[in-house]
Design a protein around this ligand. Sequence first.
Ligand SMILES: *Cc1c(COP(=O)(O)O)cnc(C)c1O
Length: 356
Amino acid sequence: MYNLAKYQKLKNKINRIERAELGFFPTQIYKLENLSARYGVNIYLKRDDLSGFSTFGGNKIRKLEFLFGEILEQGAQNIFTYGATQSNHALQTAIACRRYNLNPILYLVDVIGEGIKDPKANILLDKVLGAEIKIIEFKENEDEFEAMYRAKAESKNYAQEISESEDDYYLIPPGGASPLGTLGFVNAYLEMKAQEFKEDLNFKNVFHATGTGGTLGGLTAANKFINDDIQVHGINVSHKDDSYLKEVAELSTAALNLLGIDFKLSDRDIIVDNNYVGAGYEIPSTRANRAVKIFAEDEGIFLDPVYTGKAAAGMIDYLEKGKIEKGSDLLFWHTGGTNALFAEKKILGNLLDNHI
Ligand SMILES: *Cc1c(COP(=O)(O)O)cnc(C)c1O
């Protein structure tokens, strides 16, 4: 049983942090009856894909609520962020900017090498929003996250050039994964605990897709601080080594420190599974596509090939291998990203084949 006093303390501290309103919370949790019957485990879905306010929500909205709290306080006009050309985070940032009359400037790494001659899915929506888009060529020996961090360094000159003062621009890191953005998922964990209590559920495992690590870091920070026994599994969507565990632990610790809580997480606190990445970030895998099909055909739920499909592939593999206790409650955190179903064929892979 988690520590209720610590839960309350965390909640009080987080409520004191400046926050913008960018979505409809709490997001719904409900049971996936057909999948639950298939695997003999009570599988619940948390609909952060329906976070609002726009049609195209997702997990980044939670981080952006805290980041825009600071942005509005600072009074910045030019908002920079970074991602792949199909970045969900970049799109959600541009959406948030429009709500507050700010100027979105997106540095997008062309991971799949298709440019933007024929814009589809997120980059199409970025254009509809009138965001300023800079395409970053992806270097051979660089991983996509290194390229995004390089773009961040490069963008600073431009930020200074177009801004009247330091306060006039704000650089949001890839995925919004700063300590402040990570608070969005510390808060999300508390939101989930309240729903669990109200519905008389008892989650043993939570599964989600991990990329920049802000989601995993925030959820794990709250989980460890309140001494909860839920296992928070981050299924990786890009190749990373063990230094990732340390990075996420540091991000979790820094997020708690922002609240004035002196609590340290170590790499041993972070649960990551690297077995479902496939060939790499934004590269489709048969396992992920099979998971997308299972969710669609069993439940009418759309996942995506880049993030949630890979996370679901991991979860389904655990279920099929009997790694999850029968009859226990499990939560799959739908982090959004379904717009990728309308992205380039390269991202979809064999999704439309008859048998996968
Ligand atoms: C960004 C993203 C994730 C991963 O979240 P991080 O906080 O970057 O680890 C998962 N799913 C979707 C759909 C995303 O867009």
